[in-house]
Design a protein around this ligand. Structure first.
Ligand SMILES: *Cc1c(COP(=O)(O)O)cnc(C)c1O
Length: 442
């Protein structure tokens, strides 16, 4: 059957492997029926079956959820400079581990470590696959077989099965919990230090906040205690950031530099959260500890490839010019978009949306509050504006938006389908496909 002329275009598009898979299914479905030899019917059937297999599984979408750094939608969008650097690295051999001066072996960390040191004030830096990997590696390198002290208020779980107690166990460390969920004191840490203690760890509570009768011990208080007892302090900053978000009127999120200045020995944070780069886990801190970390065999298992290193280096370079970050880095650009601009966009789009939906739906512009996402600033919400749709069968409508050529992902809240426009940059593409909505009447 594969040689049937009617199948030739499909063979060219889908490839032999997929076509044969579809033909086997056709023969199975039509077994014993004379239809099995109907060439045109077979071509139509195979075409329909292969439709979804010839489109990529990972597709571009519009993230109108209101969460800027949406983990399920791929977190940070890269700056053009980072995209270009990544593409160039993909196309050609590079100096990934090659020293052009000496003509010998180089270090892959050398492409990013000087930038991380410059931007955080740290003595040394390295990078791995993601922040979960960075925490695992730091713990294993500095405390394998020994105890690490953590406050009970910081024993976090973030999405995707990252739980501090589990990571500790996998890193080969024994977790020593101190304090209570809401209050941990200096004396709790001091009393827990024993002959088998290898480190004290602080974890930024990324995705929750403890409010009310609370107490935690700051790095500034902990560091002198750790120094006195000869112990390193490790801090998992979570998102972390390289610039003070208050520059743009956003709420404060701890910066890696602040942690280094407070005397933290090893600071870890993500590459694809507020930093706005590719997925990566960054480790900055004291030279002796970073060297031990970089020599650990797990570093090799968690290392970054040339493509992400190229994107990361290009992203870090943008931080040399903080004034222009909001123009060049999509994450900062989205976070700092003025509400008035978003509102004006909503006013432009509302009539187009109403027209595409036809009667039966109530559309309006609704003030909403979005989130940074990925654990940064869990309680601070970004004032924004959304296109709002009310009607019956909202789930069905949401589904239709997800079936558009570029699927549109919103959120349903209080019986309203909301499309938060803070992160809508390609307005033309959004408008262009509105006409393809196959609308059910609400
Ligand atoms: C996000 C986060 C992590 C995990 O970072 P990834 O880069 O996703 O691996 C670890 N710790 C904290 C506190 C976080 O917020």
């Amino acid at each position: 059957m594969a040689h049937w002329p009617a199948l030739a275009p499909l063979l060219a598009r889908a490839g032999r492997l997929l076509l044969i898979e579809a033909l086997r299914a056709w023969a199975e479905a039509k077994r014993g029926s004379p239809d099995v030899a109907d060439e045109a019917a077979c071509a139509r059937w195979c075409e329909a079956r292969l439709g979804s297999l010839t489109t990529p599984s990972q597709r571009r979408v519009f993230n109108l959820t209101g969460t800027v750094l949406h983990t399920n939608l791929g977190r940070a969008l890269l700056a053009e400079e980072a995209i270009e650097a990544a593409v160039a690295a993909m196309r050609s051999p590079t100096t990934l581990e090659y020293d052009l001066d000496g003509g010998g072996r180089g270090e892959r960390d050398d492409h990013i470590a000087p930038w991380l040191c410059r931007l955080t004030g740290a003595e040394a830096a390295t990078a791995v696959n993601n922040n979960a990997g960075a925490v695992l590696l730091a713990l294993n390198a500095l405390a394998d077989g020994r105890e690490v002290i953590v406050s009970r208020g910081e024993l976090i779980e973030i999405g995707g099965a990252f739980r501090i107690p589990d990571i500790m166990a996998r890193a080969g460390c024994r977790l020593v919990e101190v304090g209570t969920t809401n209050r941990t004191h200096f004396k709790d840490y001091a009393a827990a230090i024993g002959p088998n203690t290898a480190a004290i760890m602080k974890v930024h509570p990324s995705n929750y906040a403890i409010a009310g009768f609370t107490k935690s011990v700051s790095a500034a208080e902990l560091v002198p205690l750790a120094r006195e007892r000869g112990l390193p302090v490790i801090e998992d900053l979570g998102s972390g950031t390289l610039v003070d978000l208050e520059t743009w009127g956003l709420p404060h999120e701890p910066t890696a530099r602040e942690a280094i200045e407070a005397g933290i020995d090893v600071v870890t944070f993500s590459g694809d959260k507020l930093l706005g780069g590719p997925q990566a886990g960054l480790l900055v801190g004291r030279k002796s500890f970073i060297e031990r970390i970089a020599k650990n065999p797990m570093k090799r298992a968690l290392r970054l490839d040339k493509v992400r290193l190229a994107a990361l280096e290009a992203t870090l370079r943008l931080y040399a010019d903080p004034e222009r970050l909001a123009l060049r880095l999509p994450t900062i650009r989205s976070l700092t978009r003025p509400a008035a601009e978003i509102r004006a966009q909503a006013e432009r789009l509302l009539p187009l949306l109403a027209k595409a939906l036809g009667g039966g739906w109530q559309t309006s512009i609704q003030p909403v509050r979005g989130q940074i996402g990925s654990g940064a600033l869990p309680v601070d919400l970004l004032p924004s504006f959304a296109l709002a749709v009310r009607g019956h069968e909202l789930d069905k409508l949401a589904d239709l938006f997800r079936r558009l050529p570029i699927p549109v992902i919103g959120r349903i809240e209080d019986d309203t389908l909301l499309f938060d426009l803070r992160t809508l940059d390609d307005e033309a593409a959004f408008v262009a496909q509105l006409g393809k909505l196959d609308v059910v009447v609400g």
